[in-house]
Design a protein around this ligand. Structure first.
Ligand code: ADP
Ligand code: MG
Length: 733
């Protein structure tokens, strides 16, 4: 055994999970379902699958064991498998492997496979009984992601058919009771953990301690945040307004007498709907100058925030100085080489600062963290079944999450946690976060249910851990029928079968499919990727007119989507000449968004290749890529029934939808600058209700395009057009 190996073994033996090894193994062999809870970092993810592997290898069944451990995110599946292989002194792909979308490392002798939940669901599509699999471990069940909740319904069913199959659920919180009763009183094992005490500083303490002054002005430093704030403040969302009013009331009622008058004044300027980048910068400098050594972990809401904050900090005299600070980022869409850096120790005298999403809350443990800065928010989709609208906005986290985040600071020594919100606001947080299945549209999930042949949608979903409301289920089914993915018997159509193979919103899948069939894939890939990220066109408050003018130079034919295609192509050219950043700056475009669009395009293309709709020769796929009329048709095909009619009144146009009456365009749409739109229809990507209904990302289309590529016309009309189109569309009907 090498010295490295001995050190590794020593490390493993010191993890809390190791002390429970025998108890865990006994429970797993005696029970079909076991639930393991234990604090983050205690060794659940890296150790439990290994315990099973080791005990199986030395048992009679050794040669046949096959363990699958699911992770909610691809980045954790990859990093965990790498870690486990190295703990075993092996290369990845020997006994331990991984598989995520588009990537994997798995050999003939692989017995323990880490994969994303989506990968296991896809496997169930072709292998209903998981033949040969002996153990399924579902990790991070406390996150209550849609895929995980879905997988549990399927596995529960499977367990009754395969009595020798073992299921292990792992959770970072003690909410194990819910899961236990779902599986008929399954055994729960808690791994006692240890963390050093962490001192908590709420906003009022931070202001008192550092002397930082909040003013209404210095909190609105990130215009993206402000845009979010403006919308979310007015959007009629129950939970949000509850907290918002709780904030107002509790702030008024709270007693801050023990704090200085400057602090009290500052607090009255605090804007709960905005993340104060300046404050974060200030606290980081404070830690760097005043505090003992130790890494700092900053919890932000998403990669876009992280990128903007990173840019800001790089420009800081202290924080941007590589001889003093190692500034790193950690989020789901980063490359695996980048990812490894966050585990490394910095050189002595250099302080590591990691800007992370809530991925660092439970799935990735950075060992040397001593300071945590918590913005108190996470990006979360919310769906309102009544209005049938959804949005992705930063919202307040739960108490459980806040405790998790704080706990990250106490792993190696006593730590400090800086919460950028007052104590009274924390008190108003919900105990647990609402599970995803209850707060997102169910369209993709419904397609999955049908393609796995799991029976009727409503019946299947009624067997979930917590079932979504019936109205949400009906909306999803209705939508899938309208777009032609389900027939009137609620069975998948040919289109539906293809859509089920594409892990994205059906409307985006539809565009990709049609773009592939009509050989105009290049621009369609850009549009679909663009719709999957935050709006790449920036609209800073103080330079609104300039930004709008910059956007309108990309448009000439009443389409935000085509404007994006042009902006992206321009960026691509500039990037080839290494002037991508400058190009973005000049044109009010977000450079990180452009990069993400670029990589998503590749990902989407290979997904399409998997479906068999695209051959390897992509030049053929784009033979018609310059035909804007065709692309317009593809956009219409995807966005239908998101459609409004354009009412011409003399020299100006107004908009109307069937459900909402008069609607409006967001001011940064290229169509908002046109007084007259010489088309009868406008298809749009999204609508938001903020007092009035506003449309986001729109493209004008003609009657014939709508007739052919929309859906609300009679069969007779379709037949007529079909003949005209030479049967091209037969495929979809
Ligand atoms: P849990 O799943 O209970 O949160 P893990 O099994 O992920 O815990 O982690 C156990 C320990 O192994 C932690 O102390 C963590 O820091 C360490 N660890 C995990 N992955 C890595 C890695 N890639 N590099 C270094 N240390 C790691
Ligand atoms: Mg874990």
């Amino acid at each position: 055994e090498s010295p490295d190996g001995r050190k590794m073994l020593e490390f493993r033996r010191n993890l809390p999970a190791y002390k429970e090894k025998n108890r865990l193994l006994a429970a797993i062999s005696q029970n079909q379902v076991v639930i393991i809870s234990g604090e983050t970092g205690c060794g659940k993810t890296t150790q439990v699958p290994q315990f099973i592997l080791e005990s199986e290898i030395t048992s009679v069944r050794g040669a046949v064991c096959s363990i699958i451990c699911t992770q909610p995110r691809r980045i954790s599946a990859m990093s965990v498998s790498e870690r486990v292989a190295s703990e075993r002194g092996e290369k990845l792909g020997e006994s331990v492997g991984y598989k995520v979308r588009l990537e994997g490392m798995k050999g003939r002798d692989t017995r323990l496979l880490f994969c994303t939940t989506g990968i296991l669901l896809r496997r169930l599509l072709v292998d209903r009984n998981l033949k040969g699999v002996t153990h399924v471990i579902v990790d991070e069940v406390h996150e209550r992601g849609m895929n995980e909740d879905f997988l549990l319904i399927v596995l529960k069913d499977l367990l009754s058919r395969r009595l020798e199959l073992r299921l292990v659920l792992m959770s970072a919180t003690l909410d194990a009771e819910l899961f236990s009763s779902y599986f008929g009183g399954a055994t729960v094992i808690n791994i006692p953990g240890f963390t050093y005490p962490v001192r908590t500083h709420f906003l009022e303490d931070i202001l008192d301690m550092t002397g930082y002054r909040l003013t209404p002005y210095n909190q609105i430093d990130d215009y993206g945040q402000e845009k979010m704030w403006k919308m979310s403040k007015q959007a009629p969302r129950k939970r949000k307004s509850q907290i918002a009013s709780a904030v107002e009331d509790t702030l008024k009622a709270a007693n801050f007498n023990e704090y200085s008058s400057q602090t009290r004044e500052s607090l009255s300027c605090w804007n709960p709907d905005c993340i104060g980048f300046n404050l974060i910068e200030y606290v980081l400098c404070y830690i760097c100058e005043k505090e003992r050594p130790g890494a700092v972990l900053v919890f932000m809401t998403g990669w876009d925030d992280i990128n903007s904050l990173n840019d800001k900090l790089q420009a800081n005299r202290i924080l941007g100085d590589p001889t003093r600070v190692l500034l790193l980022t950690c989020h789901g869409s980063m490359a695996s080489s980048e990812q490894r850096l966050i585990f490394d120790e910095p050189e002595s005298g250099v302080r590591k600062i990691v800007l992370a999403t809530n991925i660092a809350e439970t799935s990735i443990t950075i060992n040397d963290v001593v300071f945590v800065i918590d913005c108190g928010k996470a990006k979360e989709t919310s769906y309102d079944a009544l209005n049938n609208t959804s949005c992705l906005l930063p919202s307040w986290i739960s108490k459980v999450s806040a405790q998790q985040r704080r706990g990250r600071a106490g792993r190696v020594q006593p730590g400090e946690c800086y919460r950028l919100y007052p104590r009274c606001v924390y008190d108003a947080f919900a105990e647990y976060q609402l599970p995803e299945i209850l707060r997102t549209p169910l369209q993709s999930l419904c397609l999955q249910i049908k393609s796995l042949r799991l029976g009727t949608i409503a019946e299947f979903l009624s067997r979930a851990l917590q079932s979504p409301e019936l109205l949400a289920v009906q909306n999803a089914i209705e939508y899938l029928k309208i777009i032609g993915a389900l027939d009137h018997n609620e069975e998948l159509t040919v289109l539906g079968q293809y859509l089920a193979m594409l892990p994205m919103e059906p409307k985006l899948g539809k565009m990709l499919i049609l773009g592939a069939i009509f050989n105009c894939l290049e621009p369609v890939l850009t549009i679909v990727a663009g719709l999957s990220v935050r709006d790449p066109f920036l609209a800073p408050m103080d330079k609104k007119d300039l930004a709008e003018a910059a956007k309108s130079q990309f448009s000439h034919d009443y389409s935000d989507h085509l404007a994006l295609v042009r902006a992206f192509e321009g960026w691509k050219d500039a990037e080839r000449g290494l002037a991508g950043y400058e190009y973005c700056w000049k044109n009010f475009l977000s450079a990180p968004s452009m990069k993400v669009i670029d990589s998503l395009r590749k990902e989407f293309l290979s997904l399409l290749k998997d479906t068999g709709l695209v051959d390897c020769d992509t030049s053929i796929c784009n033979a018609w890529g310059r035909d804007e009329r065709l692309i317009r048709a593809v956009i219409c095909y995807g966005l239908y029934p998101g459609i409004s009619s354009i009412v011409q009144n003399g020299k100006s146009s107004s908009l109307k939808t069937m459900e909402d009456g008069q609607v409006f365009l967001y001011s940064n749409s290229v169509n908002a600058r046109e007084s007259e739109i010489p088309y009868p229809w406008l298809v749009f990507n999204e609508k938001m209700k903020v007092n009035s209904v506003f449309l986001k990302d729109s493209t004008a289309v003609s009657d014939s395009v709508l007739l052919l590529f929309g859906g609300s016309i009679s069969q007779g009309e379709i037949d007529g057009h079909l003949k005209m189109m030479g049967g091209y569309l037969e495929f979809f009907m």
